[in-house]
Design a protein around this ligand. Structure first.
Ligand code: BMA
Length: 300
């Protein structure tokens, strides 16, 4: 099965949010008990983002909570790194807790913040796990060779590419390795960053990533898929040679940032079905489905 857009996209727009927002987009996704949770970015009227949860029992029909779950102001002593907004959470279950890795945006520019929760009601903000400029971070859902691992996207001069690092406690990181670089002259020539959380398969860790190609003042954001070595997560085993989703439809072409498909969350069902949650034009939340088998075949 190829990647198929849900016929009633978008599944969430700002009209579905019970408080005033400019837009709702870029959700992290996780199953929690019997519910599908989307941890969405809500851009508030002042242009700064908070995170808000949307809940569903079928993964398609979501209801947005009455208020945000995490705001810049909630960040206390870390607020200075989140003052301009919190954005684009990846959500993972690791041991007996859930973790959110997301962008804190401030005068210091983007960096990665880490927060833990057990119930998606109380959030314990652990603080930055990168320096700026860095974003698009996910943890791995289990220890590998005795360490916790993260993937992120530092910016080095003109380079925007993917690195991994390891840690004993999720707070102190080291062992940095470059994992993937953009392919010159292709759809992902200018920037790449990890999109989804990694999902374990027999062949490796499967993960969505985004690629960007700029054209003057505009840029095209598309989605691809990568396969990472199970034991050595800095080794890229394969990736799709073309995008699996590109901005084609009106709700992906037109919006606050035109021609963008961006994803930071998916849910892989036990039967291998994949629900990709993504946003069109930084303005809405959409759904596309595929299978693990299809995504693996693209990485060969
Ligand atoms: C990236 C992030 C995303 C956004 C994308 C397209 O750099 O800021 O939040 O969806 O750009 O505008």
């Amino acid at each position: 099965m190829k990647v198929i857009r849900y016929s009633k996209n978008p599944i969430l727009t700002k009209e579905d949010v019970p408080f005033e927002v400019n837009s709702i987009f870029n959700p992290g996704a996780i199953k929690f008990g019997n519910e599908y949770l989307l941890v969405c970015r809500a851009e508030m009227p002042n242009g700064r983002s908070s995170l808000v949860i949307a809940r569903s029992t079928d993964g398609i029909n979501f209801k947005v909570d009455a208020e945000p779950c995490l705001t810049p102001e909630d960040h206390g002593k870390f607020c200075k790194y989140a003052e301009w907004g919190v954005e684009d959470a990846r959500v993972i279950k690791l041991e007996d807790k859930y973790y959110l890795t997301y962008t804190g945006y401030s005068k210091h520019m983007p960096l990665v913040l880490l927060t833990e929760t057990s119930d998606f009601k109380k959030f314990n903000i652990l603080g930055p796990i990168s320096e700026p400029s860095n974003k698009d971070c996910t943890l791995f859902p289990e220890k590998i060779n005795g360490y916790y691992w993260k993937i992120d996207r530092p910016t080095a001069e003109q380079k925007h590419y993917i690195w991994v690092a390891k840690s004993n406690d999720l707070i102190h990181w080291g062992g940095y390795e470059c994992m993937a670089e953009p392919d010159a002259g292709t759809w992902e020539a200018d920037k790449i960053g990890i999109s989804s959380t990694p999902v374990k398969t027999k062949e490796g860790w499967l993960v969505l990533y985004h690629g960007v190609r700029g054209f003057g003042i505009s840029a095209l954001y598309k989605l691809g898929v990568m396969l990472i070595d199970l034991e050595k997560p800095w080794i890229l085993k394969g990736k799709s040679s073309y995008p699996i989703l590109s901005p084609d439809l009106d709700y992906e072409r037109t919006g606050d940032v035109s021609n963008v498909i961006f994803s930071n969350g998916w849910i892989v069902e036990n039967n291998g079905e994949v629900k990709i949650y993504y946003s069109g034009a930084d303005t809405n939340i959409c759904l596309a489905t595929t299978t693990v088998g299809h995504l693996l075949s693209l990485c060969k």
